[in-house]
Design a protein. Structure first.
Length: 209
């Protein structure tokens, strides 16, 4: 395959031109009333971060809104139970820059936020985010630098919320099958796919918070 690379910003702009007025004026340094509504409607956000070991993009989800608004410049994300890799949290300690992408079920509109983050373990703050008697172990506090909505084309093209286009469980490998394939060379024979998949729903239900 022959390859012709774009090497300069001038070359890039010659191909794509200039953004429309709407693409520029939608940007805000504070949470407006309209952007507040988008944040409060979103139960899912992907958080991108960077550190000395590389880049990371991690999903965050919660019941109700996943991100909580503190003031017009500050948002917070309680760190719920996960896999304990703490890739995102490690990156934030090394480099506070983060980028967020919100998804709203049923809506083509997404929301993007760029900002600077730190991790807080203030007891009162952790207590305020308790769920089922379990507080998060830390809270990600993000100072907003810029935010703007993304047009719906990507959601429309992917038919993300169209039930007719949803992928069936049998059409993709399960977590157990992936783990079994990754560990099959071990002396103990690796992880048992069926046993892992059978135990996962019950294990997840007991460790959401």
């Amino acid at each position: 395959m022959s390859d012709i690379r774009i090497e300069t910003v001038d070359e890039l702009e010659a191909i794509y031109g200039t953004p429309s007025e709407a693409s520029i004026v939608k940007e805000s340094a504070i949470i407006t009333d309209e952007y507040r509504q988008l944040i409060e409607a979103s139960p899912f956000v992907a958080v991108a971060s960077s550190g000395t070991e590389g880049l990371d993009c991690s999903p965050r989800g919660d019941q109700g809104c996943v991100v909580h608004i503190h003031d017009e410049k500050t948002i917070m994300i309680p760190d719920r139970r996960g896999n304990n890799r703490v890739d995102t949290l490690r990156n934030i300690i090394e480099d506070p820059r983060v980028a967020l992408l919100f998804l709203i079920p049923g809506s083509g509109t997404t929301l993007r936020i760029n900002g600077q983050a730190h991790l807080s373990i203030a007891p009162k703050l952790l207590k305020s985010f308790e769920e089922q008697g379990k507080p998060p172990r830390s809270v990600m506090v993000i100072e907003i630098e810029t935010m703007y909505f993304q047009c719906a084309r990507a959601i429309m093209r992917s038919k993300l919320w169209d039930a007719a286009s949803h992928v069936g469980k049998a059409d993709i490998p399960s977590a157990g099958k992936i783990l079994a394939a990754q560990t099959k060379a071990r002396a103990d024979g690796g992880i048992d796919a069926e046993a892992y998949d059978a135990a996962w729903p019950g294990r997840a239900a007991k460790s959401l918070w």
